[in-house]
Design a protein. Sequence first.
Length: 712
Amino acid sequence: MAVKRPGFSAAVIALGLVAAVSVQGASPVDDVRLRSAPDEPENWLTYGGSWLEQRYSTLAQINAGTVARLAPAWSFDLDTDRGQESTPLVVDGTMYVTSAWSKVYALDAATGTLRWTFDPKVPGAAGPKPCCDVVNRGVAFFEGRVFVGTIDGRLIALDAATGRKVWSVQTVDPTKMLSITGAPRVARGKVYIGNGGGEFGGRGYVSAYDARSGKLVWRFYTVPGDPAKPDGAASDDALARIAQPTWFGPFTAYRGGGQVWNAIVYDPDFNQLYIGTGNGFPHNQRFRSAGRGDNLFIASIVALNADTGHYLWHFQETPGDSWDYDSVQDMILADLKMGGRVRKVLLHAPKNGYFYVVERESGKLVSVAPYVPGINWAKSMDRASGRPEVDPAAHYADAPFTVHPSEGGAHGWQPFAFSPKTGLVYFPASENSMYLVGTPKYEYVEGLDTPGIIHGALPPQAAANPSGKPAKGGGKPGGAFGKNYLLAWDPVAQKMAWRADVSGGGVLVTAGDLVFQGRNRSGTLGELAAFRAGTGEEIWKYPTPNAILQAPMTYAVRGEQYIAAASGAGGASILAGGEPAHARQVGRIVAFKLGGIAKLPPDPELAPRPAAPAYHPAAAAIAEGKEHYARLCGRCHGLNMFASNIVPDLRRSAALEDKQAWQAIVLGGALESKGMMSWARYLPPDGAEAIRAYVIDEARKLAAVDAGGGSQ
Ligand code: CA
């Protein structure tokens, strides 16, 4: 079952002989080095650890016998308090890591000492562009250059030695709600990058740029545009021939989806590039494609020729998606022994709740099985083709539908990991449901998320139900945050090996037979934990000031193995309430080693008490403000006022008591540099004051249950 890896044995690493090969002035990171990345485990050369994206390391100095001595080696404070989702790279002793707002840091990997930093100076007005915080998942490295995508859609090449900008290209229309949070990938002299924006309208695409010059080599759009106006792109033929016939209703400039905002995987065995595509837009298929059709290539894996961008095959996981079921989750490339032969396969666990094993060369399904119970958007699954029988009621056309999994998915962007030693895949899985109510009519508003469903219609506040009919589906309405666990999955048998009932982020697995996962501890505070890869027994944990969302990674310097992670709550969890809420704090990179003696900064204080002005707003103003808040504010500050205080919890805002200050922020853009743009063009004249009335009312409610101070 295991891929045979040439190169260093665990014993060599454990004996500390890594230093002999981790020399300064090593050869440039080119295709040869990238292809054999698993053979130099002292480095972490790509987002997923290697082109295979297995997030598996042969380093074994830290193992079940030694992990008790694992302790902080160093930590590095970032200069932003927003979410941190970066996987650090380590190249020959230097760590390259990004922070929120797409900043890049080069650190000494042994000490955390800053070597250089690069700030792309993303305009604050771009802050609301990503659906879920101004996060960045990391850089790519190639031939002495570091590549980063920015929130405002630029792809920038930096000199790895100095951090100096070498070139910069704008990859998206900057007037649109498009953003880059994902890590670029590099192969064959090209940098591959997509973008996000699937909640705001428009078409997804992936682009390939020449790594040396920054020149666009090819672009592939994932959904058809105006049939009368081909793009002149690599995707033209496949869209006309294969995708267009699966769309219905009139073409509009806003309809589409299929954004390539995370997974882009290069397969050297076949010179293929696999991209994962996002949900359809609007989410409600009724307003996207007359309520029918597969709508290719949304919610799919698409294989492209890495050199030309031409279509090779596709595998759609959620035909006609109406549930925000992105298929952008990471993909693992593996050689699995199945039925007496070794098969080159791609492993995928997208939001929709099914685990797929797909043959890489052809895109043919090998096997599929649900990895969580309770899936109800599909009535059944054809195990031979991978085509689901979708429940027509799940499209919430006539009545609400409580869908399982929720829009958060049974597995989000958080990376999974595969150990060739155990043959298991490890990832955070979630059982959760969501109450979906379609809007009676559709109105597209440029710049706002207008999915064709009613925002924040989560029980018990689900009064909004224009049909008046009871919800179908029977999913347990637990909102977007339900039962979570760390799952070990056997991809050959397509069944669970074990599960640990913990809620955490992305995952790393090592030859030390340990699975590492970060998580949150008491709201926005964090913890790093280690589990036995064979059984799931948690055998080590260490508190960190900040929650950890992204997978930890590992590397070695001078014979010492490190486990490192970017820490800082945020991302989609800006919508999660903190219990209790803490003061906002900067994100940090934390690195651990055996016998480390560094001290991590202390936990932050509790959040400021809610503001409770003496002014009593009128009921009508509160009601109006609630509507504006749901439409404009909730996406970042918390739906239904369920706030984590990462993006400020407005009930605790000092500006709440001051009408002039409030207006200066909401209408005047006074805090634009921090990502709070002016919302004047979306509000009637008294709209900002109505929002203030609603928030004051909510602050008063919070203060009433918060007599002890700080807790929520
Ligand atoms: Ca989405």
